[in-house]
Design a binder for this molecule. Sequence first.
Ligand SMILES: NC(=O)c1ccc[n+]([C@@H]2O[C@H](COP(=O)([O-])OP(=O)(O)OC[C@H]3O[C@@H](n4cnc5c(N)ncnc54)[C@H](OP(=O)(O)O)[C@@H]3O)[C@@H](O)[C@H]2O)c1
Length: 249
Amino acid sequence: MSRNAFVIGGSGGLGSAICRRLAGEWDTVAIGYRSRADMAQALAEEIGAHCAAVPVQCDLGDAGGVIKAIAGFAEKAGGIGTMVFAGGVSIKQPFVSKIGEAAWREVIETELMGFIRVVGATLPIFRRQQLGNFVSVVSVAAHSYPPGDALSAVPKAGIEMLGRAIAKEEGRFGIRANMVAPGIIDAGLGAIFLKDLYSEEIWETQRNRIALRRFGTGDEVAQAVAFLASEQARYITGQTLIVDGGFSL
Ligand SMILES: NC(=O)c1ccc[n+]([C@@H]2O[C@H](COP(=O)([O-])OP(=O)(O)OC[C@H]3O[C@@H](n4cnc5c(N)ncnc54)[C@H](OP(=O)(O)O)[C@@H]3O)[C@@H](O)[C@H]2O)c1
């Protein structure tokens, strides 16, 4: 099996934690980024002691660019074993009644259409190899909905369904697809929300709704991703692993 991983959104809070975790387990990690080349470069230097780390620019809005980035990396590295999708829009938390068409288009275009483009570019590679897996970072909000999270939850529901469709249709070619659904995580967008979005009292109420009584870390999400990407999960496909400390129970 090709021991190369590609992480879309590798410059983000969750994506960078995933790259750090995969670096210990995979030979090569492609750190996909859109705008933060400096972040991707610094991360490549940091994890470079554990794997070959390569920053790869990949804008999900550019269909041709997605194909070029993924096919180019696969050719140079000698295949792709796991494609991790952790890219997402930096949203606010408006209620549905306040969301206009432009905001809907942005999340659907970047997240759902972006994932569709990544799948389109990656499936031929996995088919040729007769092996490979997708792991997508989605959200617990598509399972237990916290008001204000529609811009995140709606495209994630589509990504999850596409993951299940891939699992069912492509399994006969040795291809798996799974999802990790984080709850409230103190990394990336979640860390910004924890700092700026609501008062301390509101976050304390939210924390008390979590069975484990604490917010998660980026590495706790990354560990679930690494497991699903690994050979240990070789008989698991089409599944969503919720990593939320029991928030959605
Ligand atoms: N953090 C949480 O608590 C949490 C919880 C549940 C679900 N999630 C979901 O997990 C995903 C990642 O979240 P995060 O917290 O890591 O967010 P983040 O820190 O804001 O990172 C977002 C990542 O997506 C990339 N990106 C944005 N637009 C892109 C585009 N058009 N093309 C390619 N890449 C693009 C960014 O690249 P650049 O920075 O290089 O532009 C960055 O690497 C999101 O979908 C989010 O909704 C997060």
